[in-house]
Design a protein around this ligand. Structure first.
Ligand code: BMA
Length: 315
């Protein structure tokens, strides 16, 4: 298996496009993913024909085709609220036993910049808005599914706090999901010519494994032709997720297919959702391709772990 194929594209890609939507939209991409009552639920970022994004649910029995797409958004910007007037983008969802709810973290975009917005849902039919939990500029956030040492842990990408200026992954802790500690460093962009040298951010919420939290992240390289968004893997310590145990040097997925190379933003693969089936060990990673369509790539979790466990620790 070549490194480029650590994650294997599904033959049906792109699995969802703007043409599939029950109402007129420009693009559908960067979906969160969840397995709910035997169905795969995607919470897609939908960019309308003004350029403003909202989040809409699509459901499928096999997670590949035959999608039922809701006719209205689950979460759309409220025109009266300045901090979300330019839309909701790039959701991540995680099931939280303690709250008996799915927690949605997404970007609320307004004139002050991107902020981390939190909402919860029991069934992906209605949402409860918590509101902004991390102020601009901050994005690419996911909550870990349980408290660590009594506190919630949010992975995110602030740009204004100490240490966040380079576009790195940090984490903050909270007793109540309202007030948060100052961010602590998790993973930084590599320097120079590396594929993840400009900035990085989490992809889907990290997957809990016996070896650690498997972190799928996106890395951007700046080139004269614009940024290239690729996908990498790292492994974080279960009890102290600021400790990076391993970091794969090579990327696990890069934009090479025509639908990843060409679109509204070329050369982008951007995962926000992952589902792991314990019975088959199959990981399904859902990602946005070229900010235009929704795609699926798969791997065995054991293969991803073998690859990342063979990698050096981060330096
Ligand atoms: C990032 C985010 C993503 C987007 C990517 C590529 O900054 O805004 O939503 O997919 O850029 O355009």
């Amino acid at each position: 298996m070549s490194q480029l194929e650590l994650l294997e594209r599904h033959a049906a890609n792109p699995i969802l496009t703007a043409e599939d939507w029950p109402y007129p939209v420009n693009a559908v991409f960067n979906p969160a993913a969840a397995q709910v009552d035997g169905q795969t639920v995607l919470l897609a970022r939908v960019e309308d024909r003004r350029g403003i994004s909202h989040l809409t649910v699509a459901r499928s029995a096999n997670g590949i085709d035959d999608w039922t797409i809701d006719p209205t958004p689950l979460l759309a910007p409220d025109d009266e609220t300045v901090s979300e007037q330019w839309g909701f983008e790039d959701p991540r969802v995680v099931w939280v036993d303690e709250l008996a709810r799915w927690v949605i973290t997404c970007t609320a975009y307004g004139p002050a910049g991107p902020a981390v917005f939190l909402a919860t849902t029991e069934d992906f039919s209605t949402v409860e808005r918590y509101g902004i939990v991390r102020h601009p500029e901050d994005k690419n956030a996911a909550l870990l599914p349980h408290r660590i040492d009594g506190r919630w842990v949010l992975l995110h990408r602030p740009k204004t706090e100490f240490g966040g200026a380079r576009g790195e992954i940090l984490l903050s802790r909270s007793d109540d999901l309202v007030s948060w500690s100052s961010p602590e460093e998790v993973l930084k962009p590599r320097a120079g010519a590396w594929w993840d040298s400009l900035r990085i951010g989490i992809g889907p919420p990290p997957l809990l494994t016996e070896h650690g939290w498997l972190l799928i992240y996106h890395g951007v390289k700046d080139t004269v032709g614009g940024g290239i968004y690729r996908v990498g893997l790292a492994l974080l310590d279960i009890d102290e997720p600021t400790r990076v145990l391993r970091r794969l040097p090579t990327w696990a997925l890069a934009p090479v297919a025509p639908y990843e190379r060409t679109g509204d933003v070329p050369n982008v693969v951007f995962p926000c959702g992952v589902v792991h089936d314990e019975a088959t060990d199959l990981v399904r990673m859902y990602y946005g391709a070229a900010d235009t369509s929704i795609c699926l790539a798969t791997a065995r979790l054991s293969d991803l772990l073998d690859a990342v466990l063979a990698a050096p620790a981060d330096d």
